[in-house]
Design a binder for this molecule. Structure first.
Ligand code: PMM
Length: 367
C-alpha cells in the first residue's frame, strides 16, 4: 500500500489516509482526491485474464502485497471466475479460496474488498478484515447480500448484471444500452437502499463485458456521466472495470482478426484508465497496477488544470474557453478528482456526442 492509502475507521467506512489532503468527503467512501486504483487478485484457476496465477493462497497473498506496493489503493480479492461461460463453484470452495488471502492482506494493513455475489462469503470476508463488498450481481444473485451490507455499514459496489456467466452473453440485447443499464442499475440501487444500505456508501459499475457486446461497452464508457446519475438526480461514484477485457483485445486484433491476448492489452487498459479518470470515475479495477496508478495521477492533474485543450482543426489550445479533446470543456464546477463523474457537458475527453467510437466489426462476439 502506498502512503496515501485509504484507512479504515471504526465504523467500517474507509476514509482518506492521514497526511493526505482529504478533499471533499464522499460519504465514507475512500477519497484521495483522485481516481482510486483497485488491484485485482483472482484466487481462481480460470478467470478472464489471469486465471491460475494466484490460485495458491501464497501466490495470491504475494500478488496482493505486490499490487499494493505498486500503488493499488484497494485490493479486490475474488474466488469465483466470472468469465463468459464459467460455471458456479460451491460456496464452501469460494470461502476456502478467499478466506486466508483476505485475512493476510487485511492483517498487513491493506484495504481489501471482496469480489463475491454471496452474502455468506461477504460476511466471512468482512470478519476477516475486508472493508468493501464488490458484488458483480448488484444484489440479484443473493438477496441476503443487501441486508448483510446494510448491517455491516460498508461500501457496496453495485454492478450491472443480467445473469450468471454461463448464460450472460445471451442476454446482451439492448435497444439503448445506456438507458437500459441505468434503469436496471437504478432498480438495484433502490432495492439496496430500501433494505437499509446507506446510499452514500453505494458505488455503481456499468459491468463492462457482463451481458455486453463490445459496442455496448464502448457506449457505456463514453457516457459515464449518464451512467453516474442513473437517469435520476443523485450522482453516484462510478467504478470502471475495463482491464484486459475481451473488447479491448478485439479492438487491437491482428490483421487476420485474431484478438490481442489479455496480457498484451495492458497499454490500452491504461489509456482507458486515463480517459475514465479524466471523466471523473471514482475507481478503476485493474490487473497491471503500476502504470494505471500513474495514469490516474495524470488524469487528476489534467482535471486540475482546467479546460485546456485543442479547440479544433487549426485552432490554438489555451484557456480561452476552448473545448477539451473531442468534447466540451469541463465547466469548472466538476467534482473533485476522484469524485463522481463530471456534471454537465460530455463525459470528458472524447466523450461528446458524435465523437463516440463506432461499433466494432464483429459485434456479435462476446465482449
Ligand atoms: N470484472 C470482473 C470481476 N469483477 N467487479 C467489478 N466491480 N467490475 C468488473 O468489471 C469486474 C468485477 C471480471 O474480470 P477479471 O476476471 O479480469 O477479474
Amino acid at each position: 500500500m502506498t502512503g496515501d492509502a485509504p484507512t479504515a475507521t471504526g465504523s467500517g467506512a474507509v476514509l482518506p489516509g492521514q497526511g493526505r489532503a482529504p478533499g471533499p468527503a464522499a460519504g465514507g467512501l475512500p477519497d484521495l482526491g483522485r481516481c482510486l486504483v483497485m488491484g485485482v487478485v483472482n484466487v481462481t484457476p480460470d478467470s478472464f485474464s489471469d486465471g491460475g496465477e494466484c490460485f495458491a493462497p501464497g501466490a495470491a497473498i504475494s500478488h496482493g502485497l505486490r499490487l499494493a506496493a505498486e500503488g493499488a489503493d484497494i485490493i479486490d480479492v475474488g474466488g469465483e471466475s466470472t468469465r463468459p461461460g464459467a460455471d458456479r463453484i460451491p460456496a464452501a470452495e469460494e470461502l476456502r479460496r478467499v478466506g486466508p488471502v483476505i485475512r493476510e492482506l487485511a492483517d498487513a494493513g491493506l484495504t481489501v474488498s471482496v469480489d463475491t455475489m454471496r452474502a455468506a462469503v461477504a460476511e466471512m470476508a468482512l470478519s476477516a478484515g475486508a472493508k468493501l463488498v464488490n458484488d458483480v450481481s448488484g444484489g440479484l444473485a443473493d438477496p441476503a447480500m443487501r441486508h448483510l451490507v446494510a448491517g455491516a455499514g460498508v461500501p457496496y459496489v453495485v454492478m450491472h448484471w443480467r445473469g450468471h456467466s454461463a448464460v450472460m452473453q445471451d442476454m446482451a440485447r439492448y435497444g439503448d444500452v445506456v438507458s437500459e443499464v441505468c434503469a436496471e442499475l437504478r432498480s438495484r440501487v433502490e432495492a439496496a437502499v430500501s433494505d437499509g444500505v446507506d446510499p452514500a456508501l453505494i458505488v455503481i459499475d456499468p459491468g463492462l463485458g457482463f451481458a455486453k457486446l463490445p459496442e455496448h461497452n464502448w457506449a457505456l464508457l463514453t457516457r459515464l456521466r449518464e451512467v453516474s446519475v442513473l437517469g435520476g438526480g443523485r450522482q453516484f461514484p462510478v467504478l470502471v472495470g475495463a482491464s484486459r477485457k475481451r473488447f479491448i483485445g478485439r479492438l487491437l486484433a491482428a490483421a487476420d482478426g485474431t484478438p490481442r491476448p489479455f496480457a498484451a492489452s495492458d497499454d490500452a487498459t491504461i489509456a482507458l484508465t486515463a480517459l475514465a479518470a479524466a471523466a471523473g470515475a471514482w475507481c478503476v479495477r485493474v490487473h497491471a497496477v503500476a502504470a494505471n496508478a500513474d495514469a490516474v495521477r495524470v488524469a487528476a492533474r489534467w482535471r486540475m488544470a482546467g479546460p485546456l485543450g485543442v479547440s479544433g482543426p487549426g485552432g490554438a489550445s489555451g484557456p480561452s474557453g476552448s473545448a477539451g479533446p473531442g468534447g466540451s470543456a469541463d465547466p469548472g464546477g466538476s467534482a473533485a478528482p476522484g469524485g463522481s463523474v463530471d456534471p454537465g457537458g460530455s463525459a470528458g475527453p472524447g466523450g461528446s456526442a458524435g465523437q463516440r467510437e463506432a461499433p466494432q466489426a464483429g459485434g456479435g462476439d462476446p465482449a
